[in-house]
Design a protein around this ligand. Structure first.
Ligand SMILES: Nc1ncnc2c1ncn2[C@@H]1O[C@H](COP(=O)(O)OP(=O)(O)OP(=O)(O)O)[C@@H](O)[C@H]1O
Ligand SMILES: [Mg+2]
Length: 242
């Protein structure tokens, strides 16, 4: 049976994914600070809107107004997009995640996050979901064991819902360790910054993609005033000069 595909909305990216993401599964978008994780996720949700598929963006780091301002430079109309920043939605002191570094407000738990998402799925019925970023979830727990248990429960939940989900995660250049969320996701898309002849170029790669073939090469990617574009036919290395 051919699995149903969902477009990422990023020009060129579906091509390296053999046609797009597989519907209903959770995917990880990993990259360093400013790599383009949020922009990629917005493409995905806006593509949904064009196809009359509702999108829900859960912001665990940035406040919704700032996000709308940031994305306005691309001329995107986010008015029809449901953006939930965690502070607004629960409105109580129990759900203030955004506290610089001292994030461990004990009341903010994955169980509560799942409850909020469940509620939204019932009332709003989005087809596409973004959680930006799960690095915040990581920081809620002191012990790696707890991080794992909570992420596992979140991923299990996301696997069962009907939405196609993108989760972003902050990856650090000097840390080559594979994070647990990469194992749990159905696929991993990585955004890179590569130093080449004193210039930094952006690139993208697919690290894993369950149930599908994919392009194993790292491909150039660009962010311009129109958003993100991937160049599937191009190499990040210039052809050798003879
Ligand atoms: N008009 C533009 N032209 C080129 N690059 C742009 C433009 N607008 C934004 N950018 C770049 O996009 C990047 C920000 O993308 P985005 O917010 O998606 O990154 P991110 O990975 O989500 O970052 P963070 O880790 O801070 O959440 C920045 O590096 C910025 O320079
Ligand atoms: Mg971001």
């Amino acid at each position: 049976m051919e699995l149903e595909r969902v477009s990422t909305g990023v020009p060129g990216l579906d091509e390296i994914l053999s046609g797009g993401l597989i519907k209903g599964r959770p995917y990880l978008v990993a990259g360093g600070p400013g790599a383009g994780k949020t922009i990629l996720c917005m493409h995905f949700l806006l593509d949904g809107l064009k196809k009359n598929e509702k999108g829900l963006y859960i912001s665990l780091e940035e406040n919704a107004d700032h996000l709308r301002q940031d994305m306005a430079v691309f001329g995107w109309d986010l008015a029809r997009l449901r953006i939930m920043d965690t502070m607004q939605d629960l409105g109580s002191e129990k759900w203030v995640l955004k506290t610089d570094k001292a994030v461990s407000r004990p009341e903010f738990t994955v169980i509560n996050l799942v409850k909020v998402i469940e509620e939204k799925l019932k009332t709003y019925r989005p087809k596409r979901l973004v959680i930006d970023s799960i690095t915040s979830v990581r920081m809620l727990y002191d012990k790696e064991l707890n991080v794992r248990r909570e992420l596992l429960s979140l991923m299990n939940f996301l696997t069962k819902v009907e939405c196609t989900t993108l989760l972003t995660s902050e990856s650090y250049m000097h840390n080559s360790e594979v994070q647990m969320e990469e194992f749990l996701a159905s696929g991993v898309i990585k955004l890179h910054k590569i130093e080449s002849k004193g210039e930094r170029i952006s690139a993208i790669s697919v690290e894993k993609f369950r149930g599908s073939g994919f392009d194993r090469a790292t491909r150039p990617m660009k962010i311009t005033g129109e958003g993100m574009t991937v160049f599937p036919g191009e190499s990040i290395f210039e052809p050798a000069q003879f």
